[in-house]
Design a protein around this ligand. Structure first.
Ligand SMILES: Nc1nc2c(c(=O)[nH]1)N[C@H]1C(S)=C(S)[C@@H](COP(=O)(O)OP(=O)(O)OC[C@H]3O[C@@H](n4cnc5c(=O)[nH]c(N)nc54)[C@H](O)[C@@H]3O)O[C@H]1N2
Ligand SMILES: Nc1nc2c(c(=O)[nH]1)N[C@H]1C(S)=C(S)[C@@H](COP(=O)(O)OP(=O)(O)OC[C@H]3O[C@@H](n4cnc5c(=O)[nH]c(N)nc54)[C@H](O)[C@@H]3O)O[C@H]1N2
Ligand code: SF4
Ligand SMILES: [Mo]
Length: 747
């Protein structure tokens, strides 16, 4: 028996559900993964992805050794050689062209990885890197903008309290596949079913009758990209029918009367033909919501990465505010995480409130939003020569070649980089262009303790899991890789970067900053004493610190019974502090200290929405979808998750299929302004007429990758069809839902 053998209790870090697992290891091999019934948070729920973590861990294609590419040749290398190569390639670029010639792209798994989540925030300031791109601008950036302006924090995002609500209006989300997003709640479908069982109602607004819509009490098909028009009309009805009742929060809200005026033109009759939803239906949606007690509106990715992402994201909250459902049990609430996230600390540059467009992108002049340009700018910033051109790129747990719009342009741009470094576990569609790949670890090879995800959990809970398979001393952890990279980018020689020094620098800086934060429990304390009283290093030390200054922490001596990391570690099945409690007005960080319900940056976009109402609906629109057995682009190499029927199909309504001369299973040619691809069709009345759906995250047929299973189930990359210039104006977020396409039979 080796040391890792036995039963391990652990959180699945793949998605926001954060399920507890029982992992049995024998002969250093994962024998079985079962739900942990004693987990205080997930209570025995698990999905097929969690059960396949062993396959992922043992996947022979997963990289464990650094890789260096010279021309078309890849060679395994030692860590020292790999970091020396990073230095060799990166230093001349920075010396010749300055730090602005180096960009970083940060991908989604960062948020689910204990090391990366905590040290991406260290990498950026320590390296001095200025050009930041992320998956966030194809995802939730509109919600970040809305929350920054409404509440004063980009991650101050309220969560629908689904366990206590009597009415849920859900737009652009399909938790039957995603298991919840900006909404952490294991067994979410069971919880939604419980709303109906206790006499409440679930209404789903989606162009596709998803499995979520199927289970719901009502499905309302909507023309993609028009949720803002629907929601604005609901606001109009609330005012017109004297149903606006913000309740307890009234004295903490500014701008309600402005809202009445702004909403006036958007009557249900004016938006009906654009949205495809009859005016009477819109009126009943508003009335039912305002009559239900409590009720909540929730919108997710379909309301974000679309034409009016910010307006729709903002209006979701506006309706919760107007109906008195914000910050109230059964409404839309703010969690109070046991382990607060560093990401939630407001950057000093926004101390006086949020400003946008402080600088512009070089090629298309896109304004910076929350410090980032749209990820769709990245391809042109690499391709177009001139001062400020991106010459080097570091990707951190991201696969933009598949996940970013205008994938065709990025594919031609990436090979032009003088230096590309990827911190990633696979040789895939993106990393095949890298000069050096620094492998991360498998989810079972590092401890886990979530932070940011708990920000939108339906309860205040926490869980710490030790690594199942320790990586040993010969491999650096991902936080160490990030610090090493930060040092090299900062100008140090690879061999001379002292990770310990950088870690202390970052940690002590953090402690110092928080002792000057009036709302923090250690305000005014001696920061060197606090730092000295925190043991260890790396993510564990940071986690201990955040727990202790958090709402349930010991406050470094303030509450002897309070929590710290050691105590949390003894709670093998997690710790649960119960359902969410009201947090307003304390949480507000806006300049006025109130909820500023009509921020100009957002309401200015209503003109664009008004113009949309004048545009006639025509042609087919493409939307994306997810599947329970996929995880964005990167888990298609797990055989048991991809076997069976081909999932990468174009879903199309029978009438649209007939017009295009397509029978079920036929090969279609799909064309957009950005590109074209061939894909088999699946004819189904689950699509509304005029809308087709393709999953995202496929297209594994590229040469030079090392994902043998995925290559056999390649599918197509739907971002070849997404025009990079299509962005939601106030956030810069990509529009990947609602792309005009033509569909015909492939020759
Ligand atoms: N058309 C369309 N495009 C979309 C979307 C859509 O709905 N439609 N959705 C968007 C959304 S919401 C998102 S979040 C993005 C996702 O965009 P990305 O984050 O760019 O893509 P992922 O597919 O998540 O790729 C993750 C990468 O991280 C690597 N990886 C996985 N785990 C780890 C780890 O622990 N450590 C390290 N170092 N690497 C790891 C994988 O090998 C993979 O290369 O895609 C967006 N793009
Ligand atoms: N199994 C699995 N789980 C995942 C992921 C995964 O890839 N696989 N990805 C993770 C990530 S990164 C994210 S961000 C979350 C996303 O989680 P969700 O937001 O639940 O995302 P989807 O499942 O893509 O569902 C989006 C729905 O929006 C609909 N839609 C498209 N356009 C519009 C529109 O204009 N209006 C409206 N009302 N609806 C529209 C689509 O038809 C689709 O049903 O899932 C996470 N969880
Ligand atoms: S739902 Fe599945 S992937 Fe998500 S945390 Fe639970 S087991 Fe993991
Ligand atoms: Mo995402």
């Amino acid at each position: 028996m080796t040391t890792n053998d036995g039963l391990h209790i652990r959180t699945c870090s793949l998605c926001e559900a954060m399920c507890g697992l029982e992992i049995t290891v024998a002969n250093d091999h994962v024998e079985s993964i079962r739900p942990d019934k004693a987990d205080v948070w997930s209570k025995g729920f698990i999905c097929p992805k969690g059960a396949s973590l062993g396959d992922l861990h043992h996947d022979p294609d997963r990289l464990r050794t650094p890789m260096i590419r010279r021309g078309d040749e890849w060679k395994e290398s030692s860590w020292d050689e790999a970091f020396a190569e990073v230095e060799r390639l990166l230093h001349p670029v920075i010396q010749e062209h300055g730090i602005d010639a180096l960009a970083a792209y940060i991908g989604n798994p960062t948020a689910h990885n204990m090391s990366l989540a905590r040290y991406a925030g260290a990498f950026v300031p320590l390296s001095g890197i200025t050009q930041l791109y992320s998956a966030g601008t194809v995802d939730q950036w509109p919600k970040n903008v809305s929350s920054a302006l409404l509440y004063g924090g980009m991650w101050t995002i309220p969560v629908p309290d689904i366990d206590r609500t009597q009415h849920l209006l859900m737009l652009g989300a399909n938790p039957s596949a995603s298991q919840g997003s900006l909404l952490a709640a294991p067994d979410i479908m069971g919880r939604l079913g419980a709303i109906s069982s206790r006499g409440g109602k679930v209404v789903v607004v989606d162009p596709r009758r998803t499995a979520t819509a199927d289970q719901a009490d009502e499905w309302i098909p909507i023309r993609p990209g028009t949720d803002a028009a629907l929601l604005m009309a609901m606001v109009q009805v609330l005012f017109a029918e004297d149903r606006v009742r913000p309740g307890r929060l009234s004295e903490f809200i500014t701008g309600i009367e402005d809202l009445r005026e702004l909403a006036a033109p958007f009557t249900p009759d004016t938006v009906a033909s654009t949205t495809g939803i009859p005016a009477d239906t819109i009126r009943s949606l508003a009335r039912e919501l305002s009559d239900a007690d409590p009720a909540v509106v929730y919108g997710r990715i379909g309301t974000c990465n679309q034409e009016f992402g910010t307006l729709a994201s903002w209006l979701v909250d506006v309706i919760n505010i107007l109906t008195g459902n914000l910050d109230r049990p059964g409404g839309s609430m703010f969690s109070n995480p046991v382990v607060p996230s560093l990401a939630c600390l407001r950057p000093p540059e926004f101390a006086e409130g949020f400003e946008f467009g402080r600088f512009r992108s070089r090629v298309r002049g896109a304004p910076e939003i929350l410090g980032q340009f749209p990820v769709s700018c990245m391809a042109e910033e690499i391709a177009v020569p001139g001062a400020g051109q991106i010459k080097a790129l570091i990707t951190i747990a991201g696969n933009p070649a598949i996940s970013a719009p205008d994938a065709g342009k990025l594919e031609t741009a990436l090979p032009e980089l003088a230096c590309m470094i990827s911190l990633d576990n696979y040789l895939n569609e993106t990393t095949r262009h890298a000069h050096v790949i620094l492998p991360g670890v498998s989810p079972l090879e590092q401890p886990h303790c979530g932070d940011l995800i708990w920000n939108w959990a339906t309860r205040n809970a926490a869980h710490y899991s030790p690594a199942v398979f320790p990586i040993g001393d010969d491999r650096p952890a991902e936080w160490e890789i990030l610090l090493k990279l930060a040092g090299i980018v900062g100008g140090q020689k690879a061999a001379e970067v002292d990770i310990k020094v950088l870690d202390n620098l970052f940690f002590e800086g953090l402690v110092g900053a928080l002792t000057t934060e009036p709302k923090c429990s250690i305000y005014g304390r001696d920061s060197s004493q606090i730092a000295a009283a925190t043991d260890g290093c790396g993510p564990d030390r940071m986690t201990d610190f955040m727990i202790r200054i958090g709402p349930y922490g010991d406050g470094y001596g303030q509450d002897a019974d309070g929590l710290n990391l050691d105590k949390l570690k003894t709670q093998t099945h997690g710790i649960d502090y119960g359902p969410l409690e009201p947090r307003l007005p304390d949480l507000l960080q806006t300049p006025s200290g109130k909820i500023e319900v009509t921020p100009k940056h957002i309401t200015a976009d209503l003109n664009r929405l008004q113009q949309r109402l004048e545009r006639k609906n025509s042609g087919l629109l493409l939307v994306s979808r997810r599947h329970l057995r996929s995880n964005n682009s990167w888990m298609h190499n797990v055989e048991r998750l991809v076997r069976g029927r081909d999932r990468c199909t174009l879903l199309i309504h029978p009438d649209d299929a007939a017009s295009a001369g397509l029978a079920d299973g036929a090969l279609a040619m799909v064309r957009s302004e950005a590109g074209q691809l061939r894909v088999p069709v699946e004819v189904s009345d689950e699509m509304m007429q005029g809308v087709v759906s393709l999953p995202h995250g496929w297209g594994h047929d590229r040469e030079g990758t090392k994902m043998s299973v995925a290559a056999r189930h390649a599918g197509v990359n739907n971002n070849l069809l997404a025009p990079g210039a299509m962005v939601d104006v106030p956030s810069g977020n990509a529009i990947v839902n609602g792309i005009p396409v033509e569909v015909s039979a492939a020759a």
